[in-house]
Design a protein around this ligand. Structure first.
Ligand SMILES: Cc1cc2nc3c(=O)[nH]c(=O)nc-3n(C[C@H](O)[C@H](O)[C@H](O)COP(=O)(O)O)c2cc1C
Length: 404
């Protein structure tokens, strides 16, 4: 029997992480993003279709850090698209409201940031220049924007100006492919244009999410960008990966993507190691079931029940990966349309099963990114009718900021 309060069993750690010491006192500092001080220096990666208010709320209950929204399209926001407004909302527990914006032209980006900041909706804006979808990059959008430094500069400048005192950061990839590496120039542009930090997903767009992230490139970016923090991203699966990334590259914080899918307690492990302690064992299946139900209930507060349950399906697959009987369970979870059905299915689970005994970073344990990457369609940069959103989604809970 594996105890959830005991220090983590070696079986859950990759060999490379077994002798990594936790943070020494004073070894790392809080991440400074403008006026924000983030401790531990850990950022939840923006993930379209994943990092909505319920998921962010769940993750932040495990540990502090910065929890970024999924990507919001600037133009849709400016046009008052209802679904976009819902995605751009925050839960009552979200004290630091961090939103990622995607845009291909300075005009809409400036308008969107002005709207967000003018209405006091955000405390941090991150800009996405890493979308790898070919249909988008072939039209010059997403990860292809840094190929046009003047355009990149124009978009970043528009965002920073419109944001006034709200800090703006940018996140980008190494480049389109090995032949077109743009990250060093993108980082310098971010620094020159007044960004509060820059983040590098250390893969090319051609790689999508495959292959090992190139941490050496994070180190090179840290050498090139000296006046603002550099955030490293790629392959933080276990808490010690974050320590190793920061120690070997000198970066100022880590951005955690797929490592927390189906494993939001990774943020507890990260908080533990940055505080100088040991991470704890992952929960047994009974504990995982409790997390699943909590996640599903948060989704139901945010969306109507049927949509919430559809949203939950991919998470259900991630949570149950590697458990005995996981495959038939996943099939049943794929049919669920009501919370009561989910509760009934999970009531029959073998709660005593311990967490699959293998390193969280092992290829078999890693959650697979959805095969269809969600990126906005590449839109033309021509102007469109500008409307302010009629209304933001209405609160369905108490508190100042809504879980809309
Ligand atoms: C399902 C999914 C959706 C993503 N959506 C976004 C996004 O909206 N904006 C963004 O900047 N990156 C997005 N990414 C990339 C992640 O933020 C991160 O850069 C990437 O997963 C690499 O980190 P990892 O190796 O820790 O997973 C997405 C990744 C996944 C798996």
């Amino acid at each position: 029997m594996v105890s959830e309060t005991a220090a983590m069993d070696a079986v859950y750690r990759s060999p490379i992480n077994r002798d990594v010491p936790p943070a020494a006192p004073g070894e790392f500092s809080p991440l400074r993003i403008g006026p924000l001080a983030v401790w531990p220096p850990v950022v939840l990666a923006p993930m379209a279709g994943v990092t909505n208010p319920p998921f962010r709320t769940l993750c932040r209950r495990y540990g502090a850090g910065l929890y970024v929204s999924e990507m919001i399209t600037a133009r849709a926001l400016v046009e008052g698209n209802r679904k976009t407004l819902l995605l751009a909302s925050f839960g009552p527990e979200e004290t630091t409201r961090s939103l990622q914006l995607y845009g291909v032209d300075p005009h809409h980006v400036g308008e969107a940031v002005r709207l967000l900041v003018g209405e006091g909706r955000v405390d941090h804006v991150d800009m996405n220049f890493g979308c790898p979808v070919r249909k988008v990059t072939s039209k010059g959008g997403g990860a292809a924007i840094p190929l046009k430094p003047r355009l990149l500069r124009g978009i970043v400048r528009a965002a920073v100006r419109a944001a006034e005192s709200v800090p703006v950061t940018i996140k980008f990839r190494l480049g389109i492919d090995e032949r077109y590496l743009t990250y060093l120039e993108a980082g310098r542009i971010g620094e020159d244009e007044g960004c509060a930090a820059v983040g590098l997903h250390a893969r090319t767009a051609a790689q999508l999410y495959d292959g090992e992230a190139r941490w050496d490139a994070i180190a090179a970016l840290k050498q090139a960008v000296t006046r603002i923090p550099v955030l490293g991203n790629g392959d933080v699966w276990e808490a010690e990966d974050a320590l190793r990334m920061m120690r070997t590259t000198g970066c100022d914080a880590v951005i955690v993507g797929r490592g927390c899918l189906g494993r939001p307690w990774l943020f507890r492990d990260l908080a533990d190691v940055f505080e100088g302690g040991e991470p704890r064992n992952p929960p047994d299946f009974g504990g995982v079931v409790e997390v699943m139900l909590e996640h599903a209930r948060l989704l139901v507060q945010w969306l109507d029940e049927e949509r919430a349950m559809r949203e939950f399906r991919k998470h259900g697959s991630w949570y149950t990966k590697g458990f005995r009987g996981g495959a038939p369970l996943r099939q049943r979870l794929m049919q669920v349309t009501r919370l009561a059905d989910l509760e009934a299915i999970l009531a029959t689970a073998d709660r005593a099963q311990h967490f699959p005994r293998r390193p969280c970073a092992s290829p078999g344990a890693r959650p697979r990114a959805p095969s269809r990457s969600r990126c906005p369609r590449a839109t033309s940069t021509t102007s469109t009718t500008r409307r302010r959103p009629a209304s933001w989604p209405r609160s369905r809970t108490r508190g100042g900021r809504e879980l809309a």
